[in-house]
Design a protein around this ligand. Structure first.
Ligand code: SAM
Length: 279
């Protein structure tokens, strides 16, 4: 892997962390604004019985704010140098550090029971969508998730039907979770400053889902097909996956655009199929 060009030195941490130069390939933008850190910690409100998992703790800005209040705090960090510094700094205070890639990480292995994990993180923006999809698959063991993301991604997650922000991400996340866009964070809160605005979102997995197993996979295929041709009519976008008569039986007009359908409409369309979709 090519060496990173030197990034700006990180402000505000202990000596080793301050010497760290941000690595672009790991999407490193470190929070240095204490007011933003405090606001995120207040939104999470960790309790003494909580098991938290922080993804990408970086130089530990959020970690430090969560550690004393949380019962247990795990952290998953890909950068070996930061992992070493974090371990030295927080190991004795009980931080359980896992050096590795969050995209391969077995989150369920940390759970102490159903809905027992609280996942948090100022996520590397380049992997935030696949990471969220991975966490949705571990939904049963997750109580809630608080993430700092690119603001546009939070807008898409929370978008209602009908607008241009509403798409596959909105439908998939909203099927699994209640979505609350909490607050915006400007680029000046980070070192180095990202080019985009950020926002904090809370995702709370639903206790029960209307679809499971292969039906859940059918749902994903239908939603992907629908938004791949979002300017077409539903009849054209879903040609081969659902017949117009099945759409009508599901209470959905075949002549509307896919982007006008609610999550419940996509569920009804999924259930209107007789067998697995697209197989
Ligand atoms: N939480 C810190 C903060 O707010 O200052 C750092 C946030 S920075 C945007 C993202 C962090 O995620 C970095 O520490 C980076 O090294 C780490 N990271 C990047 N890719 C990762 C991955 N695949 N798995 C785990 N950590 C990752």
């Amino acid at each position: 892997m090519p060496a990173d060009p030197p990034g700006p030195r990180v402000r505000g941490g202990p000596r080793d962390a301050a010497a760290h130069r941000a690595r672009k390939r790991f999407g490193q933008h470190f929070l240095h604004d204490p007011a933003v850190v405090a606001r995120i910690a207040a939104a999470i409100a960790p309790g003494p019985d909580d098991t938290l998992v922080e993804i990408g703790p970086g130089t530990g800005a959020l970690t430090a704010a969560l550690l004393d209040a949380a019962g247990t705090l795990h952290a998953v960090e890909i950068d070996r140098d930061l992992a070493r510094v974090l371990d030295e700094r927080f190991g004795e205070r009980g931080l359980r550090l896992h050096q590795g890639d969050a995209l391969d990480f077995d989150f369920a292995a940390l759970a102490t029971g159903p809905a027992s994990l609280r996942v948090v993180g100022n996520l590397p923006y380049n992997i935030s969508t696949p990471l969220v999809f991975r966490l949705l698959r571990a939904r049963d063991v997750i109580r809630d998730m608080h993430f700092m993301l690119q603001r546009e991604v939070v807008t898409r997650m929370a978008a209602p039907p009908g607008g241009r922000d509403y798409g596959r991400l909105s439908v998939m996340v909203q099927l699994h979770c209640r979505v609350e866009a909490l607050f915006r964070v400007g680029p000046g809160a980070f070192t180095p400053a990202p080019r985009v605005d950020s926002a904090v979102v809370r995702l709370t997995p639903r206790a029960t889902l209307p679809l499971t197993g292969t039906r859940l996979e059918d749902f994903g295929r239908l939603v992907t097909a629908a938004f791949a041709r979002r300017r077409k009519t539903l009849r054209n976008a879903l040609g081969g996956l659902r017949e117009p008569a099945q759409m009508v039986a599901a209470g959905v007009d075949p002549t509307v655009r896919p982007e006008t359908l609610s999550v419940a409409d996509f569920v009804a369309l999924t259930l209107a199929g007789e067998g697995p979709v697209g197989t």
